[in-house]
Design a protein around this ligand. Structure first.
Ligand code: SF4
Ligand code: SF4
Length: 110
């Protein structure tokens, strides 16, 4: 299963939540600015993206769209998300703002 993401740079505020939550290190903060003056996240298209959707779930500004090459795989199930990142999945279920806070606490991106 190969995934790709698209980042709407004008929605991005460079918070790095997506950078930190990506298990494949497919997302980096670029040196490019958007119209609001934020450094924006950029996708490194090197076939390592699995389409897991973590980045899209975590983005507080709904700036990320995920597509998966293997259509048969479809969307990642909630059970799979919970198995891989139970603390994040639980927080998303309880409150999306809690989830953002949970990941924000782990952010290492400058
Ligand atoms: S989580 Fe969203 S707003 Fe934050 S850097 Fe990533 S794309 Fe931009
Ligand atoms: S879909 Fe998953 S692997 Fe792909 S960029 Fe987003 S978090 Fe990383």
């Amino acid at each position: 299963m190969k995934g790709r993401i698209q980042i709407d740079k004008e929605r991005c505020k460079g918070c790095c939540l997506c950078v930190d939550v990506c298990p494949k290190e497919c997302i980096h903060l670029s040196e490019g600015l958007n119209l609001k003056g934020y450094f924006v996240a950029t996708f490194v298209a090197d076939d390592t993206c699995t389409g897991c959707g973590n980045c899209a779930v975590m983005c507080p500004d709904v700036a990320i769209t995920v597509s998966i090459a293997d259509a048969a795989a479809g969307r990642r199930s909630a059970a799979t998300v919970a198995a891989d990142a139970p603390e994040i999945a639980a927080a998303v279920t309880a409150d999306s703002h809690q989830a953002t806070a949970a990941v924000a606490a782990k952010v290492t991106c400058p």
